[in-house]
Design a protein around this ligand. Structure first.
Ligand code: SF4
Length: 80
């Protein structure tokens, strides 16, 4: 495999999305705690997971739906 082939494959790789094309934000997840840093990150309670997730609008592969949390489209306001 050539270096050019590897570079081409890397640039066309798609981020794994277990929920299909629908984006599942952290604030709809069972492990979500609160927004941080003005809304640019989320605090996460997933055991052995990230404590802080940047770009929380995209969630992660460990997303676990929290029933009722997806009634709201907008993220919660970050703590002051
Ligand atoms: S980082 Fe993953 S597990 Fe944690 S709140 Fe966001 S989607 Fe859920």
């Amino acid at each position: 495999m050539s270096a050019a082939h590897c570079k081409s494959a890397a640039t066309t790789a798609v981020h794994f999305q277990p929920w299909g094309q629908r984006v599942q934000p952290c604030w709809h997840c069972h492990h979500f705690l609160r927004m941080l840093h003005g809304g640019s990150a989320a605090a996460c309670a997933l055991p052995d997971g990230p404590r802080v997730r940047s770009m929380p609008h995209g969630g992660c592969s460990a997303f676990e739906r929290e029933p009722g949390a997806d009634d709201e489209d907008a993220p919660p306001r970050p703590a002051a």
